[in-house]
Design a protein around this ligand. Structure first.
Ligand code: ADP
Ligand code: ASP
Ligand code: MG
Length: 466
């Protein structure tokens, strides 16, 4: 078998965890499988890089030295434990990269300017370090292994820095560059990063290593793509919100896409499509409990007695309302609204329009609210509609399950359960796939709404045979 195994930030957070990673990968290799590895940065490093880059612009006497020293210390401590024989050489490599990083950070400070391009270059460093450490740990176990940056591995992207998307040309490059390595070695590829045709480093969005994994799995034509993380699999809800959340043994690609799109952090929304296109089986598994079967993503929903399988909750969103009788029966209003938002690169997550047509409501990322309002204000001035209002004290709850398609009464159960809790619903939307009903409530009501629905659909009683 040919595997692509991706390990997230917690899985490579320290020496103990990296030891587990090397054990898992080495075990598969010893069984005769080909394995390509993708790693995230050690937990917290990307956040640290983002904060440090910002400080270089805003703080008068910023100096990255202490930050760089702390990063070095963390990698050195892990190396000393997991790869004592290779630690010296690996640390030299890390120090060379730290020196480049320091130069860029100082340049940002001197110019007081952080362009999207330099920011991407800076925040890609976490993965550069962790890949060196993981490759050294594999060598220590007797395997041939080398770190490979995402660009060298063939991930070619558009130039949308911070949220870059892999281009179709990546597949061919990845096949040429990575497949020949697999017979004799274990490449450890730096997740989260790629580069443009001109060679400028890009990043794939927060949590983008899942997306790297899917693109690479498709490129090497992997039999399976395993996403190793810190929970047993895709669960009925974020276990941090609902301690009784249960692991779902199988979800369809469509269900996984709906869940990740609406905030289930366990998978990046863009990580499903590349694997789906090639029908690569994705498994989500726990680095810290590898014997658990985890969750498998499959092409067709495995028949389940469950109508609703999982719930998600996002509160970093804002509601935007466009209102006015001018909109009634007038063609082109929606076109003007969405064109204006697209011009400002605003991501619209949910849309609803009242049947009177006097109102169009949108949900956008909270970080895009200012741009959304800026984009739509001129439309009020031009008389396209009368009033624009926004509200960021809201949350989106999504109810996901392919079984909802054609199952009458699910909406009734959802809204009755919310009514019993006295929770007011501000906006509702259901996709035509019918695998998802999402609604908007006051941010403070979100957790109670999720708890009420987890109980209503008895998701804590999910069993392994479902
Ligand atoms: P990694 O660093 O391995 O990529 P993440 O932190 O990105 O891990 O994603 C794993 C986390 O996602 C879990 O620890 C969990 O708290 C959160 N999570 C949110 N929703 C879900 C869900 N439905 N199922 C499983 N985990 C979820
Ligand atoms: N290190 C990046 C992040 O923290 C990418 C990832 O972990 O997937 O967002
Ligand atoms: Mg993640």
């Amino acid at each position: 078998m040919r595997y692509l195994m991706k390990f997230g930030g917690t899985s490579v957070a320290d020496a103990r965890s990296i030891g587990r990673v090397a054990g898992i990968v080495g075990g598969a290799r010893r069984e005769g499988h080909e394995v390509a590895v993708v790693v995230s940065a050690m937990r917290g490093i990307t956040d640290g890089l983002i904060a440090c880059a910002g400080e270089m612009v805003t703080t008068a006497d910023a100096e990255p030295g202490p930050f760089l020293a702390a990063v070095r210390e963390r990698q050195a401590a892990a190396l000393a434990e997991v790869a004592p024989d290779y630690a010296e050489a690996a640390l030299l490599e890390i120090e060379t990269r730290l020196a480049s990083l320091g130069n860029v950070l100082r340049a940002v400070h001197a110019l007081r300017e952080l362009t999207p391009r330099s920011r991407d270059y800076i925040i890609s460093f976490g993965e550069r370090f962790s890949a060196i450490v993981v490759a050294a740990a594999l060598r220590q176990l007797g395997f041939r292994s080398e770190p490979l940056d995402g660009c060298a591995a063939g991930i070619l992207t558009d130039g949308n820095h911070g949220e870059a998307v892999a281009l179709p040309g990546s597949g061919e490059r990845i096949r040429e560059r990575v497949v020949p390595l697999l017979a004799g070695s274990i490449p450890v590829i730096m997740g989260f990063m790629g580069c443009t045709e001109e060679g400028s480093v890009t990043t794939l969005g927060r949590s983008g290593s899942d997306y790297s994994a899917a693109v690479l799995a498709a490129g090497i034509d992997a039999d399976e793509c395993w996403i190793w993380t810190d929970v047993d699999g895709v669960m009925t809800c974020d276990p941090r919100l609902i301690p009784g959340a249960r692991v779902i043994p199988a979800v369809s690609y469509l269900e996984a896409m709906e869940l990740s799109y609406f905030g289930a952090k366990v998978l990046h929304p863009r990580s499903i499509e590349p694997a789906m296109a090639r029908e690569i089986t994705i498994r989500v598994k726990n680095t810290f409990n590898p014997d658990h079967p985890g969750t498998v993503l499959v092409a067709d929903g495995v028949p389940s007695r469950r109508i609703v399988k999982a719930l998600t909750f996002i509160d970093r969103v804002a509601l935007v309302n466009c209102t006015g009788v001018q909109m009634i029966g007038r063609p082109g209003v929606a076109k003007a609204i969405f064109a204006a938002l697209a011009d400002r690169a605003v991501n619209v997550m949910m849309i609803s329009q009242g049947s009177s047509e006097a109102n169009i409501s949108l949900i956008v990322d909270e970080g895009h609210l200012e741009a959304a309002v800026g984009a739509l204000e001129p439309l009020v001035a031009s008389g396209l509609f009368r009033q624009l209002s926004s509200d960021s004290d809201v949350a989106v709850v999504a109810v996901v399950g392919s079984g909802m398609a054609g199952a009458p009464g699910t909406g009734g159960r959802i809204f009755s359960a919310l009514g019993r809790e006295g929770i007011n619903v501000m906006m509702i939307s259901q996709g035509s796939s019918e695998a998802n009903i999402s609604f908007v409530v006051r941010a403070g009501d979100g957790p109670a709404a999720v708890r009420a629905l987890h109980d209503e659909f008895r998701l804590s009683e999910f069993c392994d045979d479902e």
